[in-house]
Design a protein around this ligand. Structure first.
Ligand SMILES: Cc1cc2nc3c(=O)[nH]c(=O)nc-3n(C[C@H](O)[C@H](O)[C@H](O)COP(=O)(O)O)c2cc1C
Ligand code: SF4
Length: 496
């Protein structure tokens, strides 16, 4: 698609055309992996691109049509829900969760969340009830609730689908959180790439205000006033990390804070702040609606309930799957019709690389947790190219404050390039692991700490692949080194 855009716009990737009308730039995942190839034009999505579609779209732009008039309404692609055990994606009845507040004290709401065993769905899986309780106990005249809709982990798009199909459910979850902790102000931090969702969310907020479900005197057992606004991010992955997000909300550079205080103690504007993921708030609302017991009956002992998984890559049915925790990896691959998988990246580039020997592993806390991204690759893909792509991502997205993350990811990247060129030895694999350990141990935030995961996992789990890509002789000579090419320039100069 790169060539098609370059041909039609006259702009080369990374620059503008001569007239300055078109700029054409590469970016990381835009949250549309189930309908690739996709692009954002003036922040409006265009999906399932073909060279012909690019031609049509660019022709319309050239005649002055605004991007908004030619963009696509992204599909939701909800492919699977577990029948009567569907918990999150069942039909949404607006207000069904909120009306319970008339009967409940704030601590009773927290107790329900604790009883249900809800874990944070943003990737860290921290117990939500404990977070809400701690925030409640923080004494302050002002508290905030923040919904983390940054969804920057490549291959994840579940939050996009939740916000597109039932923004009201997420808003209800935020209101329950606010009632529980004693907050009166809420913010949805929406990634810039989802700007096209902003109007829909704001319209839903307006509907809620009209119904009296937001604003002053919301019907509840205790006096309750709460309102929400939407604030856009600016496209940085690290701003999904909750403390970098808070800095970004305050208009500061999006850098993770030191761990002196948790956001529930000192968060937005140094006030206690509850930060939860979109899916966490949606599930909290379902708990109030359906009861903690219902959720406890689903999933496994340590991970009750269901989970939204965004599946993309080499399968016939990419999209959203609501699975009960505990489902076997092989069963999920069968559901999405991944016919010849070779490698699955679970939880995005910062997650776990999984080989097909692990088909029987179960997706749950007891075995293999999945934050939401599930990328399937078959044998036609080159493992090193995938790892190099992931590494490019971390290299670009590191905020740069910690040297191990900033420089270490650069070194990992260069080492992968060396392997790609066929110049790698066994020693390089060892060094990749050593650098990985240094980065993990010495980085301030999860970005650095998780960035070497996929490389280190892959080296362990795909020995047959790396055996073919490195020189194992131990000679320390680079077998792939092209001596003839290296001296060609010299020989030509000598000839002259
Ligand atoms: C680099 C990085 C990026 C993150 N991105 C997101 C994100 O896009 N959305 C999200 O909910 N959590 C993200 N997190 C996790 C948040 O820091 C935090 O744990 C989460 O918002 C808490 O909500 P939860 O308890 O409901 O999961 C990220 C963490 C790191 C280290
Ligand atoms: S680990 Fe990386 S992204 Fe995180 S604070 Fe350090 S430099 Fe920034």
């Amino acid at each position: 698609m790169k060539q098609a855009f370059e041909k039609e716009t006259g702009a080369t990737l990374g620059g503008t055309d001569a007239s300055g009308m078109f700029g054409f730039y590469e970016t990381s995942c835009i949250g549309l992996s189930d309908q690739e190839p996709a692009a954002l034009i003036d922040f409006c999505p265009v999906t399932e691109l073909t060279p012909q579609k690019v031609k049509t779209v660019v022709a319309k732009l050239k005649t002055g049509s605004p991007a908004i008039s030619i963009c696509d309404e992204p599909k939701n692609n909800i492919r699977y829900t577990p029948g009567e055990n569907t918990f999150i994606l069942k039909d949404y009845e607006p207000g069904a969760a909120l009306r319970n507040l008339k009967e409940l004290e704030p601590v009773e709401v927290i107790n329900s969340i604790k009883e249900a065993g809800l874990m944070g769905m943003g990737g860290a899986f921290f117990p939500t009830g404990i977070k809400w309780e701690t925030c409640r106990k923080s004494v302050s005249n002002r508290k905030f609730v923040v919904c983390n809709a940054d969804e920057g982990e490549p291959g994840t798009f579940k939050d996009r689908v939740l916000l597109n199909t039932m923004p009201g459910l997420v808003i209800e979850g935020m209101a329950l959180g606010a009632y529980s902790v004693g907050a009166s102000e809420g913010i949805i931090y929406l990634r810039a790439e989802y700007r096209w969702l902003k109007e829909k969310i704001e319209q839903t907020l307006e509907d809620f205000r009209e119904k009296g479900w937001l604003g002053d005197h919301i019907p509840a057992k205790q006096p309750f006033s709460f309102d929400i606004r939407v604030q856009l991010g600016a496209g940085a992955y690290v701003c999904g990390e909750e403390t970098a997000l808070l800095n970004s909300l305050e208009g500061k550079r999006g850098e993770p804070r030191t761990r002196r205080y948790f956001p529930v103690e000192r968060g937005y504007l140094a006030k206690p702040t509850l930060v939860n993921n979109v899916e966490t708030f949606a599930t909290a609302a379902r708990i109030l609606e359906s009861g903690a017991e219902k959720m406890r009956k689903l999933g496994t002992k340590d991970s009750p309930g269901t989970k939204l998984i965004s599946i993309s890559g080499d399968c016939a049915k990419p999209g959203i799957y609501e699975i009960e925790w505990g489902m076997r990896l092989g069963d999920l691959l069968a559901l999405c019709e991944a016919n010849d998988p070779y490698y699955v990246q679970v939880s995005g580039p910062s997650g776990v690389a999984v080989s097909m020997k692990e088909r029987n592993r179960r997706l749950c806390k007891e075995d293999l947790l999945c934050g939401g991204s599930f990328m399937v690759f078959d044998k036609t893909r080159d493992l090193l190219q995938i790892l190099h792509n992931f590494s490019n991502f971390f290299k670009q997205e590191s905020c740069g404050i910690c040297t191990p993350c900033r420089a270490g990811n650069f070194i990992l990247n260069r080492k992968l390039e060396k392997l790609q060129l066929g110049l790698g030895s066994l020693r390089d694999l060892v060094e990749l692991e050593d650098w990985g350990a240094t980065i993990k141990q010495n980085s301030r935030c999860g970005l650095g700490q998780m960035s070497p995961n996929s490389i280190v996992d892959a080296i362990h789990k795909f020995p047959e692949y790396f055996d073919q890509r490195v020189d194992k002789s131990g000679s320390r000579l680079n077998m792939g080194f092209d001596m003839a090419a290296a001296v060609r320039e010299y020989e030509e100069a000598v000839k002259e």
